[in-house]
Design a protein around this ligand. Structure first.
Ligand SMILES: *Cc1c(COP(=O)(O)O)cnc(C)c1O
Length: 394
């Protein structure tokens, strides 16, 4: 019985610092880190009962570890999920979900605007195992409905999308998926449960790259799948056999990250909104993409399903690649990296990095121009962020 089970009325902020914790015999205040790969049994009968599952408890850390279990319970509480399974990385969460729930001959409908490695997994690796994916361009619910087939098992989206911050209507897509006998899976990496809870809007599973905002300080890799226990139990069965398990150390780091998730997401979103408004007023900037701006085409939808615009924005610099690279190369504070979800602000030129491997035509078709820059806004001051960007915008 964890503290959160005893206190079901706790709010999000309280759950973020308290949920899942069970104190040991030492009555530690902070969550214990159990760096142990296996667990010992009192006698042969207990070993047998643990292995058969007749008695609950830890056996081997590829299956379960108390620190990992605490992190899973805390994240499940925050997502409003019945259960959560932690994985070694975000990609391990996506792969484990597919391996657990799908079989050869089945089909995925995915938004084209998803993380590059997810595109590679769905487009180039899964077809070798008889699982095909239809990628949907544009965010209309009709386009998703049209892509469904009788054998579609998963509908997969990220919202807001990377890097153009397109917003997908989770409730409407859940209806479409369910009408077609499929499950809706939402990669909630950009918003985190602090800003958006897809399960409450009808999604069946939420995927996380805990590497991003859940840790929030760029220290460890991790992932998670949250949802109804009947589904996460299948993911767990795959994981305990195949092994893409989260390390207890990483789970502990992420657990401490979750404690500040709410306050970080609020502060970083507010910082992003201010920066987006400032960028929109700069003459060298052609367009700003940020769901929290009134100029965003899906601003109303974003406000309906998100608590705020989030901490990621993109903008088109006039003058194409040369002008965009000038902004990047003049940054002394912003980190030039493709990573996101850190307290340190990062800047990326998608056309030559994260989206550099797709053809120029495909990039143009998806609106990722040569002048586009993405910023994942951290906790530095507005004044310092603006000064850094002003140098290159010149
Ligand atoms: C980073 C990321 C992933 C993959 O996560 P890893 O932890 O790097 O494996 C998946 N989805 C989104 C949206 C991401 O940003």
């Amino acid at each position: 019985m964890s503290l959160a089970d005893e206190n079901p009325h706790w709010s999000f902020e309280t759950l973020a610092v308290r949920a899942g914790q069970e104190r040991s015999q030492f009555n530690e205040h902070s969550e214990a880190l159990y760096l142990t790969s296996s667990f010992v049994f009192d006698n042969a009968a207990q070993a047998a009962a643990r292995f058969s599952g007749a008695e609950p408890g830890n056996v081997y850390a590829r299956f379960t570890n108390p620190t990992v279990s605490t992190m899973q319970e805390r994240l499940a509480a925050l997502e409003g999920a019945e259960a959560c399974v932690a994985t070694a990385t975000g990609m391990a969460a996506i792969l484990s979900t597919v391996m657990a729930l799908m079989q050869a001959g089945q089909h995925i409908v995915a938004s084209r605007s998803i993380f590059g490695a997810t595109q590679q997994l769905f487009g180039n690796i899964l077809p070798r195992f008889g699982v095909d994916t239809s990628f949907v361009d544009g965010g209309t619910v009709e386009a998703f409905r049209a892509a469904l087939r009788p054998n579609t098992k998963l509908v997969f989206v990220e919202t807001p999308s990377n890097p153009l911050t397109e917003v997908f209507d989770i409730a409407a897509l859940a209806e479409v998926a369910h009408a077609g006998g499929a499950l809706l899976v939402v990669d909630n990496c950009f918003c985190t449960p602090a800003l958006q809870r897809p399960l409450g809007l009808g999604a069946d599973l939420v995927i996380h790259s805990a590497t991003k905002y859940l840790d929030g300080q760029g220290r460890v890799l991790g992932g998670a799948v949250c949802g109804a226990r009947v589904l996460t139990e299948e993911v767990f069965k795959f994981l305990r056999t195949a092994g893409p398990t989260l390390s207890p150390f990483n789970a502990w780091v992420i657990l401490k990250g979750l404690e500040t998730l709410s306050i970080r997401m609020k502060a970083q979103s507010a910082n992003a909104l201010e920066l987006a408004q400032w960028l929109e007023a700069q003459p060298q900037v052609a367009r700003v993409y940020y769901p929290g701006l009134a100029s965003h085409p899906q601003h109303a939808l974003a406000l309906r399903q998100q608590a705020s615009g989030g901490a990621i924005l993109s903008f088109d610099v006039k003058g194409g690649r040369d002008a965009a690279w000038r902004v990047v190369d003049n940054c002394r504070l912003l980190s030039i990296t493709a990573n996101l979800g850190d307290t340190k602000t990062t800047i990326t030129h998608p056309a030559s990095t994260t989206h550099g491997r797709i053809t120029a035509e495909a990039r143009a078709a998806s609106g990722i121009g040569e002048g586009l820059l993405r910023i994942a806004v951290g906790l530095e001051s507005q004044a310092d962020l603006r000064a850094d960007l002003t140098r290159g915008l010149g």
